[in-house]
Design a protein around this ligand. Structure first.
Ligand code: NZQ
Ligand code: ZN
Length: 386
């Protein structure tokens, strides 16, 4: 196992009907900016509950953060937050709103152009000493953003990420009942996104992280067990509570501590969203199976472990076990209504090279746990996934 630091300061308030506890978590005299997306939080009553809980604090609302949050929109929020001297930011929504709010939090005090936070992350982080504190009410179990230090922003024709300890939410409310209103498509996205977060940290090469491996396998097995059921039984609290907790634990630093991380599936996937507008989770479903097939030799030990321990495949040669596990994973995603083939997303084969150009433009040319996944290999992966 590698040396590591583990730090996660986010307080989780889990369970139904607890939003009134917001009153204990934000200073009574604070001026609070509430950030949300296209209106689901208004439609389903969550915003009203939050406003009630925060009375009599001074509130500013900022709505319209897009799914896949846009830099320009967030710059508007930063300018309002600065002008109004906001003391606290509260995100209500999914990964896009939570990520956008983290960016506003860092950007409001950043001594320079906030785009540096994702364009030149190491240098920008040295200059980042202060941020507006933030909390979240998470309405979509998927990204883990509610308990991590990262975010992803759409900038020009790409999608870029930032990470900073100051971006950890102070607290996050995880009420599974708030996710009952999600359309099936978004629940399926959440299951697949969580599944791939775990795979990015687990299917690399062995380095003796037994706890990390067993915990990853536990999350994957839970997702397989509950995935289809929670799509069908939309208001089954117990099933949904498990999905919510898997999503949070899948990307809060726990299973990734001390082990290698891949993340090439995500980085290639982000370009597919930037170029073709495909939902984040669906880009992962497209890239991951082909990536495994092409990188089979590099990932052999962990792919065999995945086949045996997650999918209970014990017969056949190593190669046969790996292929069966990949097919089982594809079938699982398909059972949730998610295709693993790029051709099913209204994308022409000729446009694949433009995805590679995006990788090159922002220097994403040495991907994976071993830094040897080049744009040429990414091209092969996408061609195989067509
Ligand atoms: O905008 P509204 O009207 O709120 O509708 C949203 C949005 O259209 C809707 N929604 C959210 N909660 C709902 C609901 N509809 C009904 N009931 C509810 N309870 O769902 C739609 C999608 O929301 P979005 O936030 O975009 O989805 P998700 O949570 O999947 O987030 C995706 C974003 O997170 C980034 C992705 O790249 C993408 O930009 N990621 C962030 C990560 C992180 N911070 O660590 C890691 C991930 O790998 C990912 O990259
Ligand atoms: Zn993801």
């Amino acid at each position: 196992m590698f040396n590591f630091n583990f730090y996660n300061p986010t307080k989780i308030i889990f369970g139904r009907d607890r939003l009134n506890e917001l009153d204990n978590l934000i200073d009574k005299s604070a001026k609070v900016m509430i950030l949300y997306g296209g209106g689901s939080v208004k439609r389903f009553g969550t915003l009203d509950k939050v406003l009630n809980a925060l009375k009599p604090r001074k509130i500013i609302e900022f709505s319209g953060i897009e799914a896949n949050p846009q830099y320009d929109t967030l710059m508007k929020a930063i300018s309002i937050a600065k002008e109004e001297k906001v003391d606290f930011l509260l995100a209500i929504g999914g990964g896009s709103v939570m990520d956008g709010t983290k960016f506003v939090s860092l950007g409001a005090f950043y001594p320079g152009d906030p785009s540096e936070l994702f364009i030149n992350e190491p240098e920008a982080n040295k200059k980042t000493t202060k941020a507006i504190p933030l909390g979240t009410v998470c309405t979509l179990p998927a990204t883990g953003s509610e308990m991590n230090r990262g975010g992803v922003i759409c900038y020009k024709d790409s999608k870029l990420s930032f990470h900073n300890d100051l971006a950890f939410p102070k607290f996050s409310f995880l009420d599974p009942t708030l996710t009952f209103t999600l359309p099936e498509k978004q629940i399926a996205n959440g299951i697949v996104d969580t599944f791939i977060h775990v795979c990015e940290q687990y299917i690399t090469y062995p380095n003796g992280g037994r706890f990390q491996d067993r915990t990853s396998e536990g999350i994957l097995k839970t997702l397989i067990e509950i995935g289809k059921k929670t799509l069908v039984e939309k208001e089954n609290y117990e099933l949904r509570a498990n999905l919510v907790w898997c999503a949070t634990m899948g990307l809060n630093g726990l299973i990734g501590a001390g082990v290698p991380g891949d993340w090439s599936c995500h980085i290639i996937g982000h370009e597919l969203t930037a170029k073709f507008g495909i939902d984040h989770a669906r880009t992962l479903a497209i890239v991951q199976p082909s990536l495994w097939r092409i990188r089979k030799d590099k990932k052999k030990d962990k792919l065999v472990q995945f086949a045996e321990r997650v999918w209970d495949i014990t017969n056949g040669s190593d190669d046969e076990k790996i292929e069966k596990a990949i097919v089982k994973t594809e079938e699982f995603f398909n059972s949730l209504g998610i295709s693993t083939k790029l051709r099913d997303y209204d994308v022409s084969k000729d446009s694949i090279p433009s995805v590679i150009e995006g990788l090159v433009e922002y220097g994403k040319t040495k991907l994976s746990e071993t830094g040897d996944l080049t744009p040429d290999i990414a091209l092969k992966i996408l061609e195989l996934s067509y």
